[in-house]
Design a protein around this ligand. Sequence first.
Ligand SMILES: Cc1cc2nc3c(=O)[nH]c(=O)nc-3n(C[C@H](O)[C@H](O)[C@H](O)COP(=O)(O)OP(=O)(O)OC[C@H]3O[C@@H](n4cnc5c(N)ncnc54)[C@H](O)[C@@H]3O)c2cc1C
Length: 402
Amino acid sequence: MHVIVLGAGVVGTTTAYYLSQLGYRVTVVDRASDVGDGASFANAGQLSYSFTDALAKPEFLASMPRLLLGKEPGTRVRLTPALMAWGLLFLGQCTTKRAEHNTVAVLKTAMRSAELMTELRERVPFEFSHRRAGKLVLLSDQAELESATASSRLKNAHGSDTRILSRAEAVTIEPALEHISDKFIAAVYSQNDEVADSLKFTTGLRKWLEEDGRVTFRLSSTAKKIVARRGRAHAVVVGDDTIEADAVVVCMGAWSSRLLRTIAINPHIYPMRGYSITLPSGEASPTVSVTVLKHRIVFSNIDGFIRIAGFADFAGFDTSADIERTRSLLELAKRVAPDAASYDSEDIRAWGGFRPMTPNGQPLVGATALRGLFLNTGHGMLGWTLACATGHDAAQAVLRTH
Ligand SMILES: Cc1cc2nc3c(=O)[nH]c(=O)nc-3n(C[C@H](O)[C@H](O)[C@H](O)COP(=O)(O)OP(=O)(O)OC[C@H]3O[C@@H](n4cnc5c(N)ncnc54)[C@H](O)[C@@H]3O)c2cc1C
């Protein structure tokens, strides 16, 4: 049995791992020359098992006028028919009931992912800067505190372990917070959240899978078309070749829609661009992962380097503002946490990636209407966190039908 996995990001590579463990022969196809070249390249690295809160919620509606008027520095919006079509579906999810449902659904997947990650780490011995760092989300006002308290209560009722801390308690856990210049009044703490390098993971897993012999990586190869015959996907056109398969799993992140539309499937995935900057540590670098909720920026300590990530741009696949946006992110981080990183270092790596966003924040995992075609895509802001659970589930979906 041969399965083609389209996309060699963290999701595709993890899917290949679980398929290979079930005994399938797997070919992973990616247009890039190496694995992890898309959103998995330099994300914030947080295995955010407890912070699964949906982006689509009533508070988002309240912030809409400022977003559309360009008054939120963390977001750039370019209204196009594609964004409006996706946006209408997204707005439909911005009710309290839907937000709670989506948050809990993703939480359950994330908690399974945590268990599967532990198992995978025991079975597959390679280093990817994994650490149980814990995570602190800083709350700057009463409204944020009330919303976070309600969310924490909801998630804890479903098995999560988050605590609301006073400012003083948060500083005891992470002394570097003394150096945060923005005032915060409280924090949400999750001691179980982890941090690790998703690129190192993807690269290390590829190497292990190739050595294991059941998975072949066909890189620098663009998937052009899924070929269907008699209601079944049976091949993929890759470059000038047609590769036959018993099953095809689409793991192409933000680019999934383009290919799927050619076979009349619209997964409603929008590319939401975010940025990261990686710098050497500063005089007061946090070791716990820190999110400043007001600015939606995160600080992760990976291997002694500080990775600062954030922003949410809705401007299609446009990358023309990358230099300006990463500069703004750097300036914001410097203002908020002046001692967290060596901001003047020459060793600075800036990056942008497209988060594959579904309207409800839940990934699309499993069989499609076309027999033999499966999805594992649309992981939005949490693809690294969810990769083990959804890779496992996608492989199980293939097993159920093959
Ligand atoms: C700034 C930022 C910070 C983030 N922080 C976190 C975090 O802390 N924790 C977390 O859990 N998640 C985080 N995320 C989200 C996470 O990075 C993504 O959800 C995840 O990487 C998606 O993985 P993927 O494998 O689905 O997609 P990708 O990594 O984008 O992979 C898709 C692959 O498909 C390939 N491809 C596209 N078209 C074709 C084609 N036609 N033929 C062949 N190959 C093709 C691409 O080359 C690419 O390699 C962050 C994202 C960003 C942008």
